[in-house]
Write a protein that binds this ligand. Structure first.
Ligand SMILES: [Mg+2]
Length: 375
């Protein structure tokens, strides 16, 4: 049988996102250009659903591998299938290829977007309904050019942003303290600093360093040590008063079970790219929520499709309540692929109106960054 939502075409594009600014993290740097993957599904009724994979080689996986995972290994699970069969297709995808979470995230996104468009409802409704349509925006301070970052901070404050995540651990501890001091003096009382080490700290001596950081009253300190150093992270969480947030240590629901059973951190960053899609991301949120743990809406270097998907995820998931960072398409990437960019104002990102993700992709802008396309 052929239905309106039967998938008749798939094309996967390997893209190169130009970057407007340098970014530095404990785990590695990003400069000038970053590869990514965009997926387009077309249904029998002509509707289109979009997905995006945003891997980062030092964090999760490569764009080359994720493009091939979709093109070669996941394509056969999609052509001729209905978008609304998403649970069955994603279960098959889990068995078809190990890992490649970003590819699976892209596929699940495109399926939900297509299903929502054809059903005439937003993806957040398919995920359980809209709990919030306004998500406090957290902006990362990560430019190695600190003067540029201070200017960036001023501009974001003028935009109403009040959550700032400072990337630390790529300079000396002393330099980190100087940066934080400079930032703190520029922030109004209602702003909150968070600190993200991106695994950049050695456990040896870490307690004293984090205690130094507590003078800036950070809302949380994220992933101070390597992803596998969970016992060390637990020691830090117990030694300081500030909550510790796990990011790189928790990719999967199984790792979330380990987190809540050992309580080596107080909260978790949830990313569609780490989890490998909506279902796994919402399972991680549910595990954390059942243990009384809040979650944060993290991103990778994502363009508008993945950001819109993340907004629908957070909109429908009550305990992802620590804000989210859905700004890369505006401030970091040098190209906008949405006709109507993600709405960021009043210190928040906002749920787009309309069915599916409520976005329209500018195919010309997308073509300008596409270097390879498989249909
Ligand atoms: Mg992080």
């Amino acid at each position: 049988m052929i239905y309106a939502d039967t998938i008749r075409a798939l094309d996967v594009r390997f893209v190169r996102w130009p970057l407007k600014m340098k970014r530095r993290h404990g785990v590695g740097d990003v400069e000038k250009v970053l590869p990514g993957v965009v997926l387009r599904l077309e249904a029998e009724d002509g509707s289109v659903g979009w997905g995006e994979a945003a891997p980062w080689a030092v964090f999760s996986g490569t764009a080359e591998a994720n493009a091939a995972a979709i093109d070669v290994y996941l394509r056969p699970l999609l052509i001729g299938r209905r978008a609304s069969e998403v649970a069955r297709i994603m279960d098959e995808a889990a068995h078809a290829i190990v890992g490649h979470g970003e590819a699976k995230a892209a596929v699940e996104m495109a399926l939900y977007d297509l299903w929502g468009r054809i059903a005439g409802v937003p993806v957040a409704a398919l995920l359980g309904g809209v709990f919030r349509d306004r998500i406090p925006l957290s902006v990362s301070i990560a430019n190695p050019d600190f003067e540029a970052d201070l200017l960036f901070l001023e501009e974001r404050l003028a935009d109403g942003v009040r959550l700032f995540k400072v990337k630390t651990g790529f300079l000396t501890h002393r330099e980190d303290l100087v940066r934080l001091e400079a930032l703190k003096t520029r922030l109004p009382d209602d702003a909150e600093i968070r600190i993200d080490y991106n695994q950049g700290l050695e456990p040896y001596g870490a307690v004293a360093k984090l205690r130094d950081m507590e003078r800036f009253a950070p809302g949380f300190i994220e992933q101070p040590v390597k992803r596998d150093q969970r016992d060390a992270m637990g020691d830090l969480a117990r030694a300081i008063d500030t909550p510790i947030l796990a990011d790189e240590s928790v990719f999967s629901p199984a790792e979330a079970i380990d987190l809540v059973s050992r309580r080596y951190a107080d909260a978790v960053s949830i990313k569609l790219m780490k989890a490998g899609g909506f279902t796994a991301a919402r399972t991680i949120a549910a595990i954390a929520g059942a243990a009384g743990m809040p979650a944060y809406g993290g991103t990778m270097y994502e363009a508008g499709i993945a950001l819109a998907a993340g907004i629908h995820l957070v909109a429908a998931t009550p305990n992802i309540c620590l804000g989210a960072e859905f700004y890369t398409s505006r401030y970091v990437l040098g190209v906008e692929i949405l006709r109507e960019p993600i709405r960021l104002d009043d210190g928040a990102s906002h749920l787009p109106a309309g069915s599916g993700f409520g976005i329209e992709v500018d195919e010309e802008a997308l073509a300008s960054v596409t270097v390879d396309r498989r249909t």
